[in-house]
Design a protein around this ligand. Structure first.
Ligand code: ADP
Ligand code: MG
Length: 382
């Protein structure tokens, strides 16, 4: 067990018994590029997690050891600033946010590690932030509720890691519930759990292992295109603050005034927000096949209208579709790389992994990485 290794390493280093905490990575079943348009997302926490062994040091000194990278850093709790050690910024940023809330913690010792693949789009960064804020809250009785912790984790990522992420990743890591997805309203932060009864199916991720450099510039361009669309809609309709408030009929009625590219972007977002609602109804009706069709549609929209896919992602989705036993497949995350998420017939699991791996290697020259994921609970003490 992974947490045993971490515990032993902690005891060898610090000669005391630590407390153990965990926080998972996440998947998003449907609802892509909807967060910054005030729409809905449908994430779930997974059985890949970051675990920390931690205890108070009894002074202002802090010592943190990354088990996986075999690196350590030491610092004084009163001197927290962004670090050149990139992995340290996730918890340093959390401490900084706690201070900004007028709360404080004392020195601590820690060993951490995990099995969320790094940089694959499963949010190892959010898992890292969430596990630390949760542990600090417990050890120093800070009295933070889960939503406050999620916001602290998000702001840590903005300010210390320099990534202006939405709130979904941290929310999913903290609020996940075993065998459930949850629909998060990114406008109100209200959420509702839906059982994900996979029965004969399995969630399998395929990692393209590419990260095209377009990702961040195109992300900003998409945000601008959506804003442009909103400003045109606002000229004609009251009460439109974001694409969340617009219908596809309203969009069609202003099509002539819109740049065709802006139109396509808005069409995708409006359809996708509606699709999340629709797909949740399908889950409630145990229509997993229908849910999977929605995933394929999402991919189609992301690829053709929103244009944030890439050759490798399109390839993997097409191949999955060709098998006939993958009921849903789409790119997951911001795009231009990362993973596809697939709903695969359980009896074909090995066949799927072999077929996808062989095809990807043959046609793209890249060794595919695949992860079978189960849906787990959010952040907790072990
Ligand atoms: P993602 O969140 O998609 O996994 P990010 O680039 O946002 O990708 O976060 C990855 C970073 O988080 C890594 O570069 C590293 O700094 C940190 N990290 C994640 N997991 C670990 C780990 N097990 N050990 C050390 N650092 C980690
Ligand atoms: Mg991240």
């Amino acid at each position: 067990m992974q947490h045993q290794k971490l515990k032993e390493t902690f005891i060898n280093k610090f000669r005391t018994n630590p407390s153990l905490f965990r926080s998972p990575g996440r998947v998003n079943l449907i609802g892509e590029h909807t967060d910054y348009n005030n729409g809905f997302v449908l994430p779930a926490a997974i059985d890949k997690e970051i675990i920390i062994a931690i205890e108070k040091s009894g002074s202002t000194k802090c010592s943190v050891h990354s088990y996986d990278l075999n690196e350590s850093i030491e610092f004084d709790i009163h001197e927290v600033s962004p670090s050149s050690v990139s992995w340290a910024n996730y918890f340093l940023g959390v401490i900084d946010q706690i201070n900004k809330k007028g709360k404080s913690i004392e020195g601590f010792n820690c060993v951490f590690g995990g099995n969320v693949p790094l940089g694959a789009g499963l949010s190892s960064s959010a898992a890292l932030e969430c596990v630390f804020v949760f542990a600090f809250n417990e050890l120093w009785h800070l009295g933070l509720d889960k939503e406050e912790m999620v916001k602290i984790a998000q702001m840590a990522e903005h300010e210390f890691a320099g990534v202006k992420c939405g709130i979904m990743d941290q929310f999913a890591s903290m609020f996940g519930q075993k065998d459930h997805v949850f629909r998060l309203d990114c406008r109100s932060l209200e959420y509702e759990y839906f059982p994900l009864k996979l029965v004969d199916y399995e969630v399998i991720l395929c990692n393209t292992k590419v990260a095209h450099s377009l990702a961040s510039s195109e992300y900003n361009t998409r945000r601008q295109e959506c804003e442009t669309g909103v400003s045109i809609l606002q000229k004609h309709f009251d009460h439109i603050d974001s694409l969340r408030d617009a219908t596809s009929q309203q969009l069609k009625s202003v099509k002539k005034e819109m740049d065709p590219v802006v139109y396509k972007r808005c069409l995708y977002v409006i359809n996708e927000i509606a699709r999340v609602i629709d797909s949740c109804e399908k889950l409630q009706n145990n229509d997993l096949v229908g849910f999977g069709k929605d995933m394929y549609e999402t991919h189609d929209g992301l690829s053709h209208n929103y244009e944030v896919s890439c050759d490798e992602l399109d390839y993997l989705v097409e191949k999955a579709k060709d098998t006939g036993y993958v009921i849903g497949s789409r790119m997951m995350g911001g795009g231009f790389g990362g993973c596809t998420i697939n709903l695969v017939n359980r009896s074909r699991q090995d066949q799927f992994i072999n077929f996808m791996s062989e095809s990807y290697l043959k046609d793209k020259g890249i060794e595919l990485e695949t992860y079978i994921v189960n849906i787990e609970n959010g952040t907790s003490k072990l």
